[in-house]
Design a protein around this ligand. Sequence first.
Ligand code: NAP
Length: 301
Amino acid sequence: MKIAVTGASGNYGRLAVARLMERIAPGDLILLSRTPSKLAAFAERGAVCRRGDFDEPESLAPALAGADRLLLISATRVGQRVAQHRAAIEGAVAAGVKHIVYTSIVGVAPGNPALVVADHGPTEDLIKASGLAWTILRDAHYTDAIVEVIAANAIQSGRWISSCGDGREAPVWRDDCVDCAVAVLTGEGHAGKTYNITGPERLSMPEIARMTAEISGASIEYVPADEAAMFAMFDAMGVPREPVDNLVVGNNPWNSNDIVSFEAAIRGGWFDVISDDVERLLGRKPRALRDMLELRRQPAP
Ligand SMILES: NC(=O)c1ccc[n+]([C@@H]2O[C@H](COP(=O)([O-])OP(=O)(O)OC[C@H]3O[C@@H](n4cnc5c(N)ncnc54)[C@H](OP(=O)(O)O)[C@@H]3O)[C@@H](O)[C@H]2O)c1
């Protein structure tokens, strides 16, 4: 069985490929990138690396030829990804792929204000209408995104500015999401299933800020803000409102329309989802946010 992976050069993709290589022969992996030279280390180990670009739909069927299963890692241009994902799904159908495994987000439902949901909802629908077998992995907010970007910036600045209110979510380690994807891709019995890949604990942002201050030893003032204040802050930092490929501003790779709408969804309880799907898929509990804060602890400035 051959498994293709889009976004194989990214944070999620690199980890997924490394884990897949522990389970299947590297030669059974077909890895896609717009710049396959980024995948040289995997090619050296025997993986098949090909050029595929979501923005060049005609590149995708040839790139996916021979694959039985596809890990479609959602692309990065938040708010503009449905056309990209449609191209990947149509490419998979044309290439004879049998099963698509897709990284979505928890809380996909009509009315969820998060811009990411406007991408993931229609993509889930396209996958289900494709005629292929499918598995949807609805990942919660990555613990990594909170710890490495939001908490890290708050430790540095001493202020945690947020419009999340008291909304709760169950952040999950990206590592655990990847392990679940690998279990599904290399296992059986997952067709037609939607899994909620969440962490073990429902937390609000003020609670996470307090935990960060306690573990880091930094003094952090939690500052509740409204959407206008959030946009003003991101505009002042130079964070673009619309997505710009490969742009990282102040540790932050996302655009402000994404972040502010994501926080609105947290505030509104749309991401308040907790599940034991990680434990059912992996036979172990998901790791806690506190564990990552302790692992990545840096001295307070
Ligand atoms: N749940 C959460 O909290 C959360 C947080 C962060 C991210 N995510 C999800 O996880 C996904 C992956 O994140 P990541 O950190 O791995 O992203 P990343 O490190 O920025 O990697 C993005 C990947 O997408 C590929 N890509 C971008 N545009 C492409 C295009 N036009 N055609 C083909 N490939 C393209 C890139 O490949 P090349 O540059 O090699 O072509 C790269 O491998 C995100 O997009 C998002 O959907 C979820």
